[in-house]
Design a protein around this ligand. Structure first.
Ligand code: FES
Ligand code: FES
Length: 375
């Protein structure tokens, strides 16, 4: 069975058919002969297949082509005439940042994303962001030096002056406290520089008062987070677990978090740390959130998340993969909040892994059913 697929690739409309199991890397390489996207591990670890979907880097070996309907896909071939990518290519050449070149398309796409999101990034930060792209030839000294040089050149401010504003956090997380091994401690400068940040906005079909009342109830919030379970709640401290798949790995994190609320400002924060014995990985982080009324019946939750992953999961949990998991969790969290507000039962199944792929497949099948009805 083939599925109808309509999307944009490197700025050109593409209307075609794909098999449900075709991943995006095979689609662009075999279907469109855009062979600049390389395949290495084919399970989300090496980063060779990295390309952009809707402006964000993704692993095309883990992304189903059928799930990209309506998306704007940009492969390495689609950066011709892009001054930032041209600067990165020149810097890679100058710093001998490639040898066989197999990893280079994925490296360049990731470097492009790093420079755009973190124009002031330190070398430490660049190394952390680059952790998802493996090079078996050169070592990383030249690659990192090339990215540092382009970031420091100020080019990003010149070519996209609005971007620097766009990446500024909505809420400053200046006093992030992580619970590490059960002990609270402030993040060090090195923690902060190597942490990954995410900003998200969740649109809710309910009043700001209703949303705040739901978010104010920790048990309700935990019930709405897929894969989460609360084991103890004492004051503003909670203990529990979160089961999630990141790339090819599945983990059950157990840990503690502190949750605070400011009712007058409708803002709150959650800081905590947790570890997963199975993968011997640990996570520490903080989220600050704010509820803003859009109208009497609609509101938005703005969230700033900053986290650090350590251990084997950090290898599979590239920022883009984690961002994808977070987006899926927020999507389900949104649906669960609305369901809970309507007295219905939340869907608490964990997010990620095969479930993520199955979700994409089901979306494609539903689209196909809709399009054949309309034909
Ligand atoms: S081929 Fe996709 S991450 Fe390795
Ligand atoms: S240059 Fe050969 S794998 Fe990176």
């Amino acid at each position: 069975m083939s599925l109808a697929l309509s999307l944009s690739v490197n700025g050109e409309a593409c209307v075609t058919e794909v098999e449900p199991r075709t991943h995006l890397a095979d689609f662009v390489r075999d279907g469109l002969l855009l062979t600049g996207t390389h395949l290495g591990c084919e399970h989300g670890v090496c980063g060779a297949c990295t390309l952009m979907v809707d402006g964000r880097p993704v692993r095309s070996c883990l992304t189903l082509a059928a799930g990209c309907a309506g998306a704007d896909v940009r492969t390495i071939e689609g950066f011709e005439g892009d001054s930032l990518m041209a600067a990165l290519r020149r810097a890679f050449t100058r710093h001998h940042a490639l040898q066989c070149g197999y990893c280079t398309p994925g490296m360049l796409v990731t470097a492009y994303d790093i420079v755009r999101r973190f124009p002031d990034a330190s070398e430490t930060r660049i190394r952390a962001e680059l952790a998802g792209n493996l090079c078996r030839c050169t070592g990383y000294v030249g690659i990192v030096a090339a990215i540092v040089e382009v970031a420091a050149s100020g080019l990003i401010a010149a070519v996209q002056p609005s971007l620097r504003t766009a990446v500024q956090p909505l809420l400053a997380i200046s006093t992030t406290v992580a619970l590490v091994d059960g002990q609270a401690r402030a993040w060090t400068a090195s923690d902060l520089s190597s942490a990954t940040s995410l900003s998200r906005e969740l649109a809710l079909s309910m009043s700001a008062d209703s949303a705040w009342a739901l978010l104010r109830d920790i048990r309700t919030v935990v019930t709405c987070v897929p894969g989460a379970a609360l084991t103890r709640l004492a004051g503003d401290e909670a203990e529990g677990s979160l089961t999630v798949s990141v790339g090819p790995m599945r983990a059950k994190f157990g840990g503690r978090a502190r949750i605070t609320y400011d009712d007058a400002a409708r803002t709150g924060s959650l800081t905590g740390g947790a570890d997963d014995k199975g993968t011997r990985s640990a996570a520490a982080g903080a989220m600050m959130f704010r509820v803003v009324a859009d109208s009497a019946e609609r509101c938005a939750v703005h969230a700033e998340i900053r986290y650090r992953l350590t251990g084997p999961l950090a290898q599979a949990g590239r920022p883009a993969i984690v961002a994808d998991v977070v987006d899926r969790m927020l999507e389900r969290f949104n649906a669960n909040l609305v369901a809970t507000a309507g007295g219905q039962i939340a869907d608490v199944r964990p997010i990620g892994g095969l479930r993520m792929l199955a979700g994409l497949l089901m979306q494609a099948v539903r689209r196909l059913a809709r399009s054949s009805k309309g034909a």
